[in-house]
Design a protein around this ligand. Structure first.
Ligand SMILES: Nc1ncnc2c1ncn2[C@@H]1O[C@H](COP(=O)(O)OP(=O)(O)OP(=O)(O)O)[C@@H](O)[C@H]1O
Ligand code: SF4
Ligand SMILES: [Mg+2]
Length: 361
């Protein structure tokens, strides 16, 4: 991998669970994020997938300083953001911006589009002096494919897709290097998802952006990502290039997720095996011992309850040049070809098209 622009080491976010009204006593913790490691190279897209509640948004919020980590390090170009003074952090933070999921609630309805997109300049006036802001905002509207003359309109005068373009323009205002996009197309109609994904791809090339792209639609993640991390109960359980993860998954959880991807071709569909996970996702306040996936894993053995599997290349693949040679946190990692090839699940089809409804439960 090229030199990392962002390195995340042992990132943890625990929310205390308390009891009592006057004398609050901590009785446990919701382990929303429980030891996440990844790297992001300049210009690449890292996709993060996983079921609802596995901690994706909490990771995103920590990356952009909306949540303070309980432990761990977030290194931007080698500098740990979690230990910087507020003043130093403010200037570095400019370079990491977020695009939110819901374009309907993330834009203030009482502000004009010009004020919404230009708001970051209030905090960082050095990027755009007052007299220059209107022109800068109009340039941003143009860049995201909106008419610059819309600058005085209000959010309700736009469609969902257009609102997400406004959110993206705001994310770009400070000319960041990294965009953390948390489910940026999930709230949009399927027909406009592709347009927004295409816009994000064009902007990446135009501005040399690096993306952390969070979603639960596996087809969209494959389409946009260079590498993918699969999260389960606060940890990344498997990570690799998109081809390694989608075509050569070795972790049972990834295999189960992929087995639920719709296969458009009926002949290929007849040959694929659906892996139905039993049981509910355990509470993040009560994580199973050993492997956190063991309560739902069809391969679980005694060792799985005793030993935490580390996210590393499994020993069986270490001396091979197989695409299965990528990080997987499983004691019994095995390659399993789940998605039949040539089914369109390679992400070559239009993202967000009728065949991409591979939403996680
Ligand atoms: N402020 C908070 N206090 C307590 N628990 C929280 C808080 N924020 C999140 N959680 C819990 O942390 C866990 C992870 O939440 P998070 O929003 O990061 O999940 P997610 O992967 O983004 O889910 P989704 O796909 O539904 O957006 C959940 O169990 C959630 O209930
Ligand atoms: S370590 Fe055991 S329980 Fe965990 S995924 Fe592997 S086989 Fe399943
Ligand atoms: Mg979320």
């Amino acid at each position: 991998m090229d030199e990392a622009i962002l390195q995340v080491r042992g990132l943890v976010k625990h929310y205390p669970l308390t009891r009592g009204v006057l004398f609050k006593k901590q009785v446990g913790a919701v382990k929303a994020v429980d030891g996440v490691d990844f790297e992001l190279a300049a210009g690449e897209t890292l996709g993060i997938v996983g079921e609802s509640g596995c901690g994706k948004s909490t990771v995103a919020k920590m990356l952009v300083n909306l949540e303070k980590p309980t432990a761990g390090a977030i290194l931007y170009k080698g500098e740990d953001l979690t230990t910087l003074s507020p003043r130093a952090l403010k200037s570095v933070r400019r370079n990491i911006q977020m695009v939110f999921q819901d374009p309907y609630t993330s834009l203030n309805p009482r502000m004009t589009v010009g004020d919404i997109i230009g708001e970051p300049y209030e905090i960082h006036p050095e990027v755009a002096p007052k007299g220059d802001r209107r022109r800068k905002v109009q340039d941003l509207l143009d860049v995201v494919g909106l008419n610059p003359e819309y600058i005085n309109r209000y959010p309700h005068q736009f469609s969902g897709g257009q609102r997400q373009r406004i959110g993206i323009a705001r994310g770009l205002a400070l000319r960041p290097e990294i965009i953390v996009a948390d489910e940026p197309v999930s709230a949009l109609d399927v027909s406009v998802q592709a347009q927004v994904v295409n816009l994000l791809e064009r902007l990446q090339t135009e501005f040399g952006l690096s993306y952390v792209f969070i979603a639960h639609d596996l087809s969209i993640v494959r389409h946009i990502s260079d590498r993918v991390g699969v999260m389960y109960l606060g940890r990344i359980v498997e990570t690799g290039t998109d081809a390694e993860i989608y075509d050569h998954p070795t972790h049972p959880y990834t295999q189960a997720l992929l087995s639920a991807v719709p296969v458009p071709d009926p002949a290929a569909r007849a040959h694929r095996e659906r892996i139905i996970l039993t049981g509910d996702v355990p509470s993040p306040a009560n994580i199973p011992s050993g492997c956190r996936f063991r309560t739902r894993c069809w391969k679980a053995q005694e060792r799985c309850a005793l030993e935490v599997p580390l996210l590393a290349v499994p020993a069986v693949f270490r001396d091979t040049d197989s695409p299965a040679r990528h990080d997987s946190a499983c004691h019994f990692a095995e390659e399993k070809h789940v998605v039949p090839s040539g089914t369109g699940s390679e992400g070559t089809e239009r993202p967000g098209g009728p065949d991409s409804g591979s939403h996680l439960p």
